[in-house]
Design a binder for this molecule. Sequence first.
Ligand code: NAD
Ligand code: UD1
Length: 345
Amino acid sequence: MKANDSKRKVLVTGGTGYIGSHACLSLHEAGFEPVLIDNLCNSSRRVLPRLQELSGQSFTFYEGDIRDRELLRSIFAAHQPWAVMHFAGLKAVGESVAEPERYHANNVEGTESLLQAMAEAGVQRLVFSSSATVYGDPDLVPIAESAPRRTTNPYGQNKLDIEHMLERLAAADERWRIACLRYFNPAGAHASGRLGEDPNGIPNNLMPYISQVAVGRRPQLDVFGDDYDTPDGTGVRDYIHVMDLVEGHVAALEHLQQANGFIPVNLGTGAGLSVLELRAAFAAASGQDIPYRIQPRRPGDIAASWADPSRAKALLGWQAKRNVRELCADAWRWQHNNPQGYDSE
Ligand code: NAD
Ligand code: UD1
């Protein structure tokens, strides 16, 4: 190990985003030094002073796009990162259907640009944000990493294209060490209430929508379908606390010290919760009423998805520790203290 290994730098793309910002804290706590790049297309610069407040450190931040090859070259030259955590990307499924080319250019070509810069700089450790969306509508739950991959929308196709690209790289050059983390449904916030999810406009995802109803920003929750083949008829998902998720990333990074190749790993809790169960848990944790009405199914939705998380435990020594009560309590603290997200102060 080199002398500076005690403070290994990790380039975090999408570092001011929801998951990237929490990952920066986790990296810092584990003794790594995050270096952030983000073009701020879906996040706020106001994350940075909050990270400083929570970590006691000012992290280096580059405002820029991962498709800017010159910028990437200069960042790799200046910092010689030990590894990269790649969160940058566009993630709204509906938007990806409306604008597939923009999604491909940003997500797939953006990743190509990053991989090129990494190869040139000789940095070949990567933790990539994939998604359970690559399993499409699964034949079986819980879903193992060996399940067939198929997609139902351009966003999912971007993730699949990137996974294939990463597999080809690892097959061609054994120096690549790539943890491909397939997230189930990240939710919740840092326990301090200072970092959390701050979506633009109307939230697409269930948890931020419920939080905004609880805080009075929206009148009621629309439950998309109550006629699925699930115990209460509403969709079932595997909600994983964002801090558990990012701790899984740090465990994956540590694993890359000893493993090479393309390593797909599910990050989920292994348990499913229905829309109505999550709503009830949030109402209990927040003490707020959360009115709802049943609406038709959302096109493209699946009935049930939850992870088989056994590979993460066996390979990374990681498993989710936080329960749904904690998840809702942390999400509520964030929402209550920051009703307008990062624009609240
Ligand atoms: P987010 O939108 O909060 O964070 C992504 C960040 O990337 C944003 O800050 C955005 O400004 C930045 N960005 C986007 N394109 C960029 C570009 N070309 N150059 C530089 N920065 C760019 O989203 P998130 O929830 O934190 O998701 C992070 C990653 O995890 C994404 O790749 C997403 O697809 C993946 N993922 C998220 C979920 C989820 O439910 N949140 C689930 C599965 C996978
Ligand atoms: C969505 C994306 C998926 C992505 C995942 C994590 C779609 C079709 N799929 O999946 O590609 O990987 O987020 O980011 O967008 N629900 C309501 N009311 C709401 C919102 C959601 O009832 O206002 C229900 C949904 O029907 C679903 C559950 O809540 O049953 C979870 O929805 P959501 O949070 O959007 O996640 P996914 O559907 O898993």
